[in-house]
Design a protein around this ligand. Structure first.
Ligand code: PLP
Length: 419
């Protein structure tokens, strides 16, 4: 459920007509709904009530906007971060350091030091090499950080290959059969507080089966480790729950997910940690765009919009579907391709799609753009960096500026010797 609904024939974000926001902020622009973010945060938390002791950390990479992080921090969410930049954003947004989990396969020594200095709650380490390096740095700094070992359970998440992370050939985690030896070795390091296992098999999962399979393997591992006399007090089950993008796509509900988790983990006696991203932010945002022109062609016409692959990269990256809806639909439909102005054939949002009839100058939105949307934007083709606006009831504010090409050009230099 989201708060982008038609009222009197005009799509609104909560109480505000999108026509008004387009007038004020221009297009393309991302629009987020605070009420939707809060609702999703609460629904997810509620869904995990049956699972006992839980810690929730929003996956910052899904939507790192400071205003968004502020809302989620207020909802009691920690942060799952994958770089020093994300760590700083989480702190800036008011997330308590102890509620921050540092994930990722390529933390640098500097990033480890930064995490230790700021006193984050947990490092999820992804290799023996990383474990040894962190142990050495922590010893140097006289610290004993809490650690979870991320394992790769070798299950097929049945999602797009570029967002699948839990197969043996993926770069993430350590092979689950090598985990007991490494966990024991790292537990013996006085500068590490080895306390748990982490797993995250991929994103936009539309079935609970691969998750259940992975969690089952993690449960077996917890038993094995305890059998060796090792301590396991935390298990981080990652994120990954899908959201509906295309018509007919029905992801598992958070409640079904919570029930499955409660059933599978019933005997674990651990604090369960979660890192949801998309399921919190996906439907809380849209990208508002204006039709530049409708170009007639041999087949269906091309609807050329002012948003492009540099603003919303998911279709080009993952063949992703985003619903395209007119802001003031006239009740008619048309079959069309939807494309942006960038000089790449990949700058295509949809082909041969039945959409609301639109004409030059009309406004439309791409739905479900609140996760992996603005954060993946670039300035390719010397376009502006797309701005972001937050709506909260009848309040609205620019929460990320449109950075125009002149500002970006101002950061470039021509060396003296070329002048
Ligand atoms: C990307 C990521 C997440 C969030 O995934 P969603 O599918 O957005 O829920 C959680 N944990 C880790 C380690 C990730 O890399």
């Amino acid at each position: 459920m989201d708060h982008f609904q038609l009222k009197n024939g005009v799509l609104h974000a909560e109480d505000i007509p999108l026509t008004e926001l387009a007038e004020i902020y221009g297009t393309p622009v991302y629009i987020y709904s605070a009420a939707t973010l809060r609702r999703h945060a609460q629904v997810f938390r509620e869904a995990l009530k049956p699972a006992g002791r839980v810690h929730l950390a929003f996956a910052v990479k899904a939507n790192p906007n400071l205003a968004v992080l502020n809302i989620l921090a207020d909802e009691g969410y920690g942060a799952d971060v994958v770089s020093a930049g994300e760590l700083n954003r989480a702190l800036q947004a008011g997330v308590a350091p102890e509620d921050i989990v540092f994930s990722g396969v390529g933390k640098t020594a500097d990033e480890m030091r930064h995490g230790l200095q700021t006193g984050i709650g947990q490092f999820n380490i992804e290799s023996a090499e990383e474990g040894h390096e962190l142990a050495a740095i922590a010893a140097e700094m006289g610290q004993t950080p809490a650690i979870a070992l991320r394992v790769n359970p070798d299950v097929d998440a049945a999602t797009h290959a570029k967002i699948s992370t839990g197969k043996a050939e993926n770069k993430f985690g350590v092979a689950i059969d090598q985990a007991p030896a490494l966990y024991a070795e790292l537990s013996a390091k006085p500068s590490l507080n080895m306390r748990g296992i982490a797993v995250h098999i991929g994103s936009q999962l539309l079935s609970l089966d691969p998750l259940e399979q992975a969690f089952g393997k993690v449960g077996d591992l917890v038993q094995t480790l305890r059998g060796q006399g090792l301590t396991v007090s935390h298990v981080d089950l990652g994120g990954g729950l899908g959201v509906p993008y295309a018509p007919g796509e029905v992801p598992p509900s958070p409640a079904d997910y919570g029930a499955m988790v409660a059933r599978v983990t019933r005997d674990w006696d651990v604090t369960l940690m979660f890192e949801p991203g998309r399921v919190i932010a996906g439907n809380a945002g849209v990208m508002l765009t204006r039709v530049i022109r409708v170009k007639q062609a041999l087949g269906n016409p091309f609807v050329v919009v002012d948003g492009a692959m540099n603003d919303l990269a998911r279709p080009a990256l993952y063949d992703a579907w985003h619903d395209f809806v007119a802001v003031q639909p006239n009740g008619e439909t048309m079959a069309a391709h939807i494309v942006g102005p960038v000089c790449e054939t990949g700058d295509t949002f949809a082909r041969d799609r039945e959409i609301d009839a639109v004409a030059a100058g009309d406004l439309a939105i791409f739905r479900t753009a609140g996760a992996y949307g603005a954060t993946l934007a670039s300035t390719y083709n010397s376009r502006a960096l797309v701005p972001e606006v937050l709506v909260d009831g009848s309040n609205h504010a620019l929460v990320a500026d449109r950075i125009d090409p002149a500002t970006i050009m101002a950061a470039e230099r021509v060396p003296e010797w070329l002048k």
